[in-house]
Ligand binder design. Sequence first.
Ligand code: NDP
Length: 291
Amino acid sequence: MQRIEGKTVAEAVLATLKQEIAAMGAQGCTPGLAVVLVGEDPASQVYVGSKVKACAELGMYSQKWAMPAETTQEELIDLIKQLNADDRIHGILVQSPPPAHIDEEAVVRAIDPRKDVDGFHPENVAKLVLEDETGFVPCTPLGCMELLKAAGICTQGAHAVVIGRSMIVGKPMANLLLSRKANATVTIAHSRTKDLPAVCRTADILIAAVGRPEMVTADYVKEGAVVIDVGINRIEDPTRPRGYRIVGDVDFESVAPKCKAITPVPGGVGPMTIAMLMSNTVKACKQLAAQ
Ligand code: NDP
């Protein structure tokens, strides 16, 4: 069984980007990312903090906008318009989820698609489906594809089952696997899928993006399958100082022995997400500079 170490792969991606950013900086073009957070959600604060820190470590320019929970949608969209017009900023990210009174879709649509490094704008969703590589692909599924590549997994002709159909993970993941570059045969499963374990057992590559702690057990997995665990779930654990630990959507202990390769949680897909955000921002900078 091969353990796919996302942390190591992400470090390699970041090291390459750092060199590229230094070279771009020498030519007077430093990639810049604006991260916008509305409200005080503690998990979102951690995510935003780590994104800003990653920018600093790579020598990228960044702006962090922490807005109060009562910020109106209009105020948020005004800020996005300002960032759309700011030449120092090449990537704009609004941390999800915003407070309930804000329409997330309207906010995403306000972002200049050329700066939409999360890949959530309808124009970028269309480009993914059209296989137009000038678009931006959501960071988590993009990171999963990089992990498969780094682990030497051949997707050509493989049967891939993706559990989950969200716009952030499941759907873009399925599109990437289906693309003419990857050429997998793709099945998308969700909460209404009949006999999910049987469907999953047909997978050569199984991607779990469900949000249910350790739901995928050994009886979901064919001998010799490759398993990518996207899940990040907190479960109570009184033996830990924080009182909880993070587990994936896959029951690693029972599943790993059956696998050809598997990602751990933590240290699998998670670190790749941030590396891909940095990569998308560098790409946005290059594309905007070339216009
Ligand atoms: P969503 O809640 O948006 O989507 C979950 C999907 O799983 C839905 O399509 C849902 O089906 C399906 N589902 C839920 N329960 C079942 C079930 N019992 N059987 C089959 N399918 C089921 O979650 P996300 O896509 O945003 O995230 C998925 C997981 O990935 C979460 O654990 C999240 O924390 C993690 N994540 C990790 C990231 C990373 O950086 N590693 C980044 C983003 C997310 P239906 O559509 O029918 O409701």
